[in-house]
Each structure stands twice: as structure tokens, then as C-alpha cells.
Write a protein that binds this ligand. Structure first.
Ligand code: C5P
Length: 234
């Protein structure tokens, strides 16, 4: 996997397709909670049907049986990637994976570790998690791996340590990608080139493309920085 997922952080399907029509290539896309809660599974199935590789980013975090039943529903949508929250625990992650595999052999399941908007102070003082971000993310990645998941969502800053501990096949998917100082609400940011150098499996880019005056130019620029060629975004 070597993807750039374009985060479709817009309110409606209409807006999402308007944005996609402005981009010449057929990007891999990330559908988050905002769009999924509004448009539901039919919209996701339409994207899949039109050939867009989809990462459904709904960060499931619930009791194990509910996670299993939820992932069984998600599994029917045909997305290539989806996620649960690692802090739901290993039993929850295992149940989620079981639910997914009941209906589908191909969708990959990854675990969210610490959001890229979380900094060291917040981790310690608000979330009361000890040992610092890198160690916390690594512990969560190890627990995802024990539960049988395919990888994690983390920041570029932890990717190298994760791959060192768990190998290059274990996926790291990293949001918080920026070319310049504008970070919006993200804290642990990095450039696409830094992501590539850290061995990241896939990057997620939203506002730098969706809010650009010319989304096609911005997408092309980020994609080239990330992969150098269009061909590798397959
Ligand atoms: O606009 P921006 O590039 O910051 O968008 C990043 C996307 O990645 C958002 O859709 C956000 O929900 C998502 N995300 C994140 N951090 C995570 C998991 C998902 O920023 N740990």
C-alpha cells in the first residue's frame, strides 16, 4: 500500500463529488464521520462502485459485541481500509476483526492510536497517559498487532519506531500532513517527503487540498511530493 488518501471532509455527497470532479486523477479517498453520518453506506458504496479506493475513517470504539456487529456492517461496503480505536482494548479489536472477516476477506483494519491533534501536555494532563507520545503510540500499536490488526493510524513522528518494532508490512497511516507552517488544529505535522522517508504506508491529506484555490494543482503537488510518480498511488 502506498496511498495518498484525500480526506473528503465536506458535508454532503454533492459537495464531495463536486470536489472530486475538480481533480483530474481518481484519488484514493477518506470518508470520515461528518460525511458518513450524513450520507450513510449508500454513498460509500457509490464511491466504491465508481472505482475510488475508500478508507472509511469512523474510529469504532464500543463494547466488543457492538464493535463486531458494526464491523460486519462496514465489511459489506467494500472499502479497502477502515478503523477502530485501539483504546477500546484488544478484545474489542479482535471482535471487530472477527465481524469484518465474517463478511469480507479483503478490507484491512487498522487501529487509531493518538490523534495527530494531541500533544505531550494533553496526553499527560488531560488523557492521563504516561511515558510520552512515542511510547504511548508504540504500546497501542503493539496491542493492535496482538489483536491481529493490519496496522495503525499514527503521526509520521512515530512511524519509524512502529516499523522497527513491527516490521514494514504493518501499516502506518498518517494524517497531519502539511507542506508549510499552517497546521490548522493539527499538532504532530510532517511533510509528505518526511512521511516517505520514515517508511509510512499511506498519508491522509485534507484541508491543504480541499481548501486550496486549485484543488487539482494541490493534489498533484502533494502526490508528487509523496510518491514522485502517479503510478505509485495505486
Ligand atoms: O485537513 P487535514 O489534512 O488536517 O485532515 C486530516 C484528516 O485525518 C481529518 O479527516 C481527520 O479526521 C483525520 N485524522 C487525523 N488524526 C487521526 C486520525 C484521523 O487527523 N489520528
Amino acid at each position: 500500500m502506498h496511498r495518498l488518501y484525500l480526506a473528503l471532509d465536506v458535508e454532503t455527497a454533492e459537495e464531495a463529488f463536486r470536489l472530486l470532479r475538480r481533480i483530474e486523477a481518481k484519488p484514493a479517498v477518506k470518508v470520515g464521520m461528518e460525511l458518513f453520518y450524513h450520507e450513510g453506506g449508500q454513498f460509500v458504496e457509490r464511491l466504491v462502485g465508481e472505482g475510488y479506493p475508500v478508507f472509511l475513517d469512523v474510529k469504532v470504539h464500543d463494547i466488543p459485541e457492538t464493535a463486531r456487529r458494526t464491523l460486519r456492517q462496514i465489511g459489506r461496503l467494500g472499502v479497502e481500509l477502515t478503523n477502530v480505536h485501539t483504546l477500546g482494548g484488544e478484545t474489542m479489536m479482535r471482535y471487530a476483526l472477527d465481524g469484518l472477516r465474517d463478511v469480507n476477506e479483503t478490507t484491512r483494519l487498522i487501529g487509531v492510536t493518538q490523534l495527530t491533534s494531541t500533544d505531550e501536555r494533553m496526553l499527560a494532563e488531560e488523557l492521563h497517559i504516561e511515558g510520552g507520545l512515542e511510547r504511548a503510540v508504540l504500546r497501542q500499536a503493539l496491542s493492535a498487532e496482538r489483536a491481529g490488526l493490519d496496522g495503525v493510524v499514527a503521526s509520521v513522528h512515530e512511524a519509524r519506531a512502529i516499523h522497527q518494532a513491527l516490521g514494514s508490512q504493518f501499516l502506518t497511516v498518517t494524517p497531519g500532513i502539511r507542506m508549510n507552517e499552517t497546521t490548522d488544529d493539527q499538532v504532530r505535522v510532517a511533510t509528505p517527503k518526511a512521511a516517505r522517508e520514515a517508511g509510512v504506508s499511506a498519508i491522509v491529506v485534507g484541508r491543504p487540498i480541499t481548501r486550496a484555490e486549485d484543488p487539482n494543482a494541490a493534489y498533484t503537488y502533494y502526490l508528487q511530493e509523496w510518491s514522485r510518480t502517479y503510478e505509485t498511488n495505486r
